[in-house]
Design a protein around this ligand. Structure first.
Ligand code: NAD
Length: 504
């Protein structure tokens, strides 16, 4: 049995775990590895190493820091295939999808190569008589990132790349369900020339998360996962005086207008609804056709496409999507589909109980398509996070927009239309962080910020893009005057740099 430990102070370490977790291969349903859950001594060791390494790393000039990231990007490209296969083995997604996961993270590393430009401060010469004023954006210190299972490379890199590029040291707590790729990222960073201690990985579940949230040696926490945990992380880290941002769950809608290209919209729903078995925070979970005729055309276009989807193990390159992450996820998704049927939604395609020949114990859920879902049903309100697409028919555009805005989540949304005015109005009035116009998964590129609204995100700065420099630095503003400049005697009133200050 493979044993998975931590990466602390530049090395793989077993740690002194009292608890362990099982890592499954979702394709076969078998336990593939055992992961150590960090003890408080393991976390202390990571924090100690990070705190020791951080000042030297912050003092390293930005060109040298950038060169480490350049080399890291090169190594990621060289190791792409084995990394993707390792990811698929623990996550279940297809290898092509894992390549996409790593590539989206790699793009954040590429963005961070140029971070010195964004980290520059401002300077005002002569802000007062003989006085110069300037600002510096200094690293926060030691930061921690807590990540979900669904993007085991991209999300650690969303967080870790800007953190270290700005001169911080970073401790990653990956999902306990697919912990291996994050460890490989740490090894590749060392190979790229990163000093030991700047990037550490501690494994574990909620216990180590709660220890991170309270640890006095950690100054900033960034989190991505489900909404209840995001809310807990946000409140607890803030109560312990840490800078914190926490990103939560989603229920993304796609509004399909009567003038949309229905074939294009249907293809988009298939990729965005069922890709990665629906285990994406930017997956489309709800299609909202406007008008009965649009709905009927959409269902007619979707049904054969959904029925033709090929579910299979990652080892079969022709699979459209793989199993879900574990047995609990499979049972939860099937339970929600049962619930939808009970609530009166029309199950057009039923993927429950899928048995994969040769992989009978794998965690497979076939694609499900619901029509005539209503907004009071559990399957509408809950994030299913599986290969289930619901159709909610809307009589008109305003009702569709109001529906999108009333949902508790606000991560992503899309509109399909040929009408520029409608698209523009929708982008303006929807209460959602990321909007697609005829684009089903509008995930911003690395040089823009990623983040939802409402209960999809807690805090005010996004992941990557310019916001990440704000999150990972503290601004210091210096006001400087030199002795040859001014002699005004002691001043007791608030300094205003006015004519009252006498120049010698
Ligand atoms: P999760 O919330 O179960 O776990 C996320 C992290 O929190 C993991 O590292 C886990 O170990 C830890 N954790 C779990 N329970 C905890 C608890 N009780 N106390 C403290 N820590 C705990 O999420 P998941 O199932 O791994 O990932 C799927 C979720 O993540 C979905 O809701 C999805 O929408 C969301 N997600 C959001 C984004 C985004 O950017 N908004 C991106 C990807 C995934």
């Amino acid at each position: 049995m493979r044993k998975i430990g931590h990466f602390i102070d530049g090395h793989m370490v077993a740690g002194d775990a009292k608890r362990h977790g099982e890592v499954f291969n979702p394709a076969t349903g078998e336990v593939d590895a055992q992961v150590a859950f960090a003890s408080s001594a393991d976390l202390d060791a990571a924090v100690k190493s990070a705190a020791a390494a951080q000042p030297g790393w912050a003092a390293t000039n930005p060109q040298r820091r950038a060169r480490v990231l350049m080399k890291f990007v090169e190594l990621l490209n060289q190791n792409m295939q084995p990394l993707a296969e390792l990811m698929s083995r623990e996550h279940g997604k297809t290898v092509a999808d894992s390549v996409g996961d790593i590539t989206r993270g790699l793009e954040v590393a590429e963005f961070c190569i140029g971070i010195a430009d964004l980290q520059k401060g401002e300077f005002t010469h002569g802000a007062g008589p003989g006085i110069d004023m300037y600002s510096m954006h200094q690293p926060v210190g030691v930061g921690a990132g807590i990540t979900p299972f669904n993007f085991p490379a991209m999300i650690p890199m969303w967080m870790g790349m800007p953190a270290i590029a700005c001169g911080n040291a970073f401790i990653l707590k990956p999902s306990e369900r697919d912990p291996s790729v994050p460890l490989r990222l740490a090894e590749l960073l060392i190979e790229a020339g990163l000093p030991k201690g700047v990037f550490n990985v501690v494994q574990g579940d909620k216990d180590v998360v709660n220890a991170i949230l309270q640890h006095p040696g950690i100054q900033a926490v960034t989190f991505v996962g489900s909404t209840p945990i995001a809310a807990h992380v946000y409140a607890t880290a803030a109560a312990h005086g840490k800078r914190v941002q926490a990103f939560g769950g989603a229920k993304n809608h796609a509004v399909i207008m009567p003038d949309a290209d229905i074939e294009m919209a249907a293809d988009a729903m298939i990729g965005a609804g069922y890709g990665s078995a629906g285990e994406r925070c930017m997956a489309i979970a709800v299609a909202v056709p406007v008008g009965e005729a649009t709905a009927n055309r959409l269902v007619a276009a979707l049904k054969p496409r959904v029925e033709a989807l090929k579910v299979g193990p990652y080892t079969d390159a022709s699979s459209d999507f793989g199993p879900v992450v574990n047995g609990a996820a499979r049972d939860r998704i099937s339970g929600l589909v049962d619930q939808g049927v009970k609530e009166g939604a029309q199950l057009v395609v039923d993927g429950r109980g899928l048995q994969m020949q040769g992989y009978e114990k794998g965690f497979y859920v076939g694609p499900c398509l619901f029509d005539r879902v209503t907004t009071n049903m559990d399957i509408y309100k809950t994030e299913i996070f599986g290969p289930v697409l619901s159709i909610v028919r809307s009589p008109d555009y305003e009702t569709a927009l109001a529906m999108v805005n009333a949902h508790e989540y606000g991560n992503g949304v899309a509109i399909f239309t040929r009408d520029g005015d409608t698209a523009r109005d929708f982008a303006n009035r929807c209460q959602i962080g990321m909007v697609g116009v005829n684009v089903p998964i509008p995930t911003p590129l690395a040089f823009y910020g990623f983040g939802g609204w409402k209960r999809s995100a807690f805090g005010d700065l996004n992941q990557h893009g310019p916001d990440s420099i704000k999150f990972w630095t503290r601004t210091k503003t210096v006001t400087a005057r030199w002795p040859s400049g001014i002699k005004s005697g002691a001043e007791f009133s608030m300094p205003v740099f006015s004519e009252t200050a006498k120049k010698t």
